[in-house]
Design a protein around this ligand. Structure first.
Ligand SMILES: [Zn+2]
Length: 286
């Protein structure tokens, strides 16, 4: 049974506060929505912080993005509602969409570095492969058009080139979890880069993980592809940013994990590493 509308509006405010607390949207950035019927979507208003919304700030639109009920506080719907509607139209199973600018994930979208895979179980199981759409002008039809081709039945999170992210699922809470996992993963990746190397899952480890994922009822095309458990070459861009990569990547042609790069870590390298970590800690403490 669907929750009452007032409860959904309250949930939209509560999730907005969590998004703001996590630092995923500064100022008036970001927007989120919940689909309440075939032709009705509740969405956040434009021009307001997501941290301090009131239930009466929430707007109601139809599937063309037209505001269909006068807002009690005179709010106008978010200008990015077209992104939300494009996702609902392509994925009728999706009930909630969150567009945000999570800093660590957005850094990857700005650098144009595809999110690597085969590094962290949480990201593999709950996000799967996260693709990045090319940059498109915000608040225009170009933005949903850039995302639509990347949405499949398995997609739940996308990066938007030079912009941010969009997460979607069967509930607002789950969409928020995906946003949280995305930014935590990207933060871990950036810290790993500071340490200077990354151990990529072997083909066997990746296969085992994707089999566990399938048992959770979460299919993943990478398990079905040959060789199963393959880790694509998208990883190469991220691993190439390492000063001293002692990493492994899966060559899709053979399925063999190959070691690449140097792995020496002499005294000098260790000192550099300690200095880099110290600098980070000092910077974070300021
Ligand atoms: Zn945005």
């Amino acid at each position: 049974m669907n929750a009452p509308i007032w409860q959904i509006k309250k949930d939209i405010c509560d999730i907005g506060h969590r998004i703001w607390l996590k630092g995923f949207c500064a100022g008036n950035e970001g927007n989120h929505s919940v689909r309440i019927s075939d032709d009705r979507v509740l969405c956040t208003p434009t021009g307001l912080s997501k941290g301090f919304l009131l239930p009466d700030d929430v707007c109601v639109v139809d599937m063309d993005g037209k505001q269909v009920e006068a807002n009690p506080r005179g709010r106008k719907r978010t200008s990015e509602v077209l992104v939300h509607l494009a996702i609902y139209k392509k994925r009728p199973d999706v009930k909630a969409v969150i567009h945000s600018h999570p800093p660590h994930a957005t850094a990857f979208a700005i650098a144009g570095i595809p999110l690597p895979e085969g590094l962290h179980p949480e990201a593999e199981v709950f996000l799967g492969k996260v693709l990045t759409a090319p940059y498109a002008l915000p608040s225009t039809q170009a933005l949903p058009d850039s995302l639509t081709p990347l949405i499949t039945s398995e997609t739940n999170t996308l990066l938007m080139g030079n912009h941010g992210s969009v997460s979607f699922s069967t509930s607002l809470t789950d969409s928020f979890y995906k946003l949280e996992i995305l930014d935590a993963y990207c933060r871990i990746l950036l810290l790993t880069k500071q340490l200077g190397r990354a151990n990529v899952f072997s083909k066997e480890q990746m296969t085992d993980l994707l089999k566990v994922k399938a048992k959770f009822g979460l299919p993943d095309a990478r398990l079905a592809c040959a060789p199963e458990g393959c880790i694509g070459t998208d990883n190469d861009d991220f691993l190439a940013t390492f000063d001293n990569p002692a990493s492994a990547h899966c060559d899709c042609k053979t399925g063999e994990v190959e070691k690449s790069g140097a792995s020496s870590s002499g005294g000098q390298d260790f000192e550099k590493l300690v200095q880099a970590i110290t600098d980070q800690i000092m910077a974070a403490a300021r």
